[in-house]
Design a protein around this ligand. Structure first.
Ligand code: PLP
Length: 392
């Protein structure tokens, strides 16, 4: 019997991938499955980005790059942040990583160990808690509440900080709720954090460019007060429909960047070279494809929210960001995971049960509206027929 470290007794995973596997299996058996489960844009990567990767390969970019990423790409990240956030960091603080997830892996590994506490959103992206548990740190859930439109509460967050807190994880716009934390709450949080100078912040802003109804995305990087302890997580996956390219970046403060670089050198040496050239084309090329994609998501958002609110015993707040709806199913009589499972098996609609995102996710399901309007309409009909035809 091989003896691995105890973290493997606690590590979790992402159930969205298990749901995707089951949905794919059912489809291969001939079932008509509508997938509102997985969180990835259903669009192709824009052509000019694909062409840039092909060109990089033809131009001979086949070797290692610097561990932190090619300089023009890090400069383009800084220019993009300067334009969007109004803060122009040094390219020396940017690390190109293989996907957005890698930054949370590194940050949690950097701060988590037994005896420490890490605050994370609940419901929230499941990997936060999984990795915290893996390191042996104590996971402290920050409740994300429907009555706050799924925004962080600064007061509630600050009240959870203790002398053992090492890292605070924030996510806005948020998965799985679509919640966007407003400026007033972020300002309160930044102000309150002055009293806790030893707490690092990981701000997951992977959905930064997906907000609706004129909603402002407020980046933590726009606050000078916290920059020397802020790790910013972003990447290409969602904004440019590039989930399979595995392209992400993080911004690290001076006191952490070399540690992050060393982790990169130890783990992956550098990110795939042609993918980095594709990332460069994405940032420096036309942004109209992003605008078009977000416009289409907006139309689907309205469709899905209106449709869910029309269903028996479901209510759905209007999400202001990302591409998820998180309806309240508490009065359907169903628990969330059995409902998600029954919807897939009986109605052929893949959704994710709220508890897969944390204990406060009970009573909710997540629908990703990264699917066509036609399929969303068909899925809503199926859910309605299923709910009307069943009782628990
Ligand atoms: N952060 C959040 C909140 C996400 O929802 C996701 C993906 O679903 C990620 C990070 C990871 O993105 P990537 O696919 O680039 O690793």
């Amino acid at each position: 019997m091989l003896k691995t470290i105890s973290g493997f007794d606690r590590i979790g995973e992402e159930n969205a991938f298990a749901v995707l596997a089951r949905a794919t299996q059912l489809a291969s058996e001939g079932r008509d499955i509508i997938n509102l489960g997985i969180g990835q844009p259903d669009f192709q990567t824009p052509e000019h980005i694909v062409e840039a990767a092909i060109k990089a390969l033809k131009d001979g970019h086949h070797g290692y790059t610097p561990a932190t990423g090619i300089l023009p790409l890090r400069e383009a990240v800084c220019a993009d942040l300067s334009k969007r956030v109004g803060f122009s960091p040094s390219p020396d603080n940017v690390l190109i990583v293989p996907g957005g997830k890698v930054t949370m892996f590194m940050a949690i590994l950097m701060f988590g160990e037994p005896g420490t506490e890490i605050l994370y959103p609940d419901p929230g992206f499941p990997i936060y808690r999984s990795m915290i548990e893996f390191t042996g740190a104590k996971p402290i859930p920050v409740p994300i509440r429907e009555e706050n439109d799924f925004a962080f509460s600064a007061e509630e967050t600050l009240n959870l900080i203790t002398e053992n807190t090492r890292l605070l994880i924030l996510n806005s716009p948020a998965n799985p709720t679509g919640g966007v934390t407003p400026r007033s709450e972020i300002e309160k949080l930044v102000k309150g954090l002055e009293a806790h100078p030893n707490v690092a912040i990981l701000s997951d802003e992977i959905y930064a460019q997906m907000t609706y109804d004129g909603t402002e995305h407020v980046s933590l990087a726009s606050f000078e007060e916290v920059r020397e302890r802020l790790i910013l997580l972003d990447g290409w996956s969602k904004t440019y429909a590039m989930t399979g390219w595995r392209m992400g970046y993080s911004l690290w403060p001076d006191q952490l960047i070399d540690k992050a670089r060393k982790l990169a050198v130890n783990a992956w040496s550098c990110v795939n070279a042609p993918a980095q050239f594709a990332g460069l084309a994405a940032l420096t090329g036309p942004q109209q494809p992003v605008v078009d994609m977000v416009t289409e998501f907006d139309a689907r958002r309205k469709l899905v929210v209106d449709g869910l609110n029309y269903l028996p015993n479901m209510t759905c707040r209007t999400p202001l960001g990302a591409f998820y709806a998180f309806p309240n199913i508490k009065t359907t009589g169903w628990k969330a995971k059995p409902l998600a499972s029954a919807l897939l098996e009986k109605a052929g609609v893949a959704v994710i049960g709220g508890p897969d995102f944390g204990t406060l996710g009970e009573g909710y399901i997540r629908l990703s509206y990264a699917n066509s309007q036609e399929n969303i309409e068909r899925a809503l009909v199926r859910i309605r027929e299923f709910l009307e035809g069943t009782s628990t």
